[in-house]
Design a protein around this ligand. Structure first.
Ligand code: ADP
Ligand code: MG
Length: 238
């Protein structure tokens, strides 16, 4: 069970206000997509939820507990990055089990949990290979598997498919959604791709220059866009 609440969250870098008062409620098990043009603050917002950036003001809460000052490793959150961020000198299994090794779990138990995550991702035969021996799609699956192994309350994805070619991107959208539904994992997924947002989301948050323009189900945004920015961005008929 995990809800995520953002209350009037702001972020400034020096005198530049990047996030200007964002409030969003995410329900348990929901797959929420944060979408908006490049530079609008999507990664910054995600990094504040992960604890990789401090909020300037406002509150971030998981299960109604304020976590503003909880260090990243204690947040029960796992993040999947665009560039996969795999360790090149470690095998797939070592990459996936890395967080568990830090938690001092036995080698046999780590292997068991890594295999449980690898199986549905089709990674069983790649466990002893190195990242450089894998395709982009396989690397993305390893990054996802590494997040799953940690059994977090909340998954964060920052443009995880944007380095993949179009056909693979389409395939992996449904892979990620299937996995998320099977785990009932509360997820926040960042993309600048409207089609990804429209096809994957339970709920879409449209961000523009650090402000939420609209929150709603994909069809709601399409049928009743709040303003011309949302209409144009989502591609509703004028
Ligand atoms: P997005 O992910 O939507 O493309 P970002 O969250 O990466 O946008 O960036 C939003 C804005 O904040 C950009 O103008 C970016 O240059 C700025 N920004 C992000 N991180 C920093 C930082 N550490 N220092 C200064 N400015 C930053
Ligand atoms: Mg970004």
């Amino acid at each position: 069970m995990a809800t995520v609440k953002l209350r009037d969250v702001t972020k400034s870098f020096g005198s530049v206000d990047v996030i200007k008062g964002v409030s969003v409620d995410i329900e348990d098990g929901e797959f929420v997509i944060l979408v908006g043009p490049s530079g609008c603050g999507k990664s910054t917002l995600l990094r504040m939820i992960a604890g990789l950036e401090e909020v300037t003001s406002g509150d971030v809460a998981i299960d109604n507990r304020r976590i503003n000052h909880v260090p990243p490793k204690d947040r029960d959150i796992a993040m999947v990055f665009q560039n996969y961020a795999l360790y090149p000198h470690m095998t797939v299994a070592e990459n996936m089990g890395f967080a568990l090794r830090l938690a001092k779990i036995s080698k046999a138990e780590i292997r068991k949990q890594v295999e449980a995550a690898a199986e549905p991702l089709g990674l069983m035969e790649y466990l002893d290979r190195y990242p450089k021996e894998l395709s982009g799609g396989q690397r993305q699956r390893v990054a996802t598997g590494r997040a799953i192994v940690r059994n977090p309350k909340v998954f964060l994805f920052d443009e995880p498919l944007s380095n993949l070619d179009a056909a693979l991107r389409v395939k992996m959208r449904s892979e990620i959604r299937d996995l998320q539904q099977r785990l009932s994992a509360t997820s926040i997924y960042v993309t600048h791709d409207q089609i990804e947002a429209m096809t994957m989301a339970d709920k879409i948050v449209v961000l523009r220059a650090g402000i939420v323009e609209q929150v709603g189900a994909p069809l709601e945004l399409y049928d009743t866009p709040a303003n011309t920015f949302v209409a144009t961005f989502i591609g509703s008929p004028a």
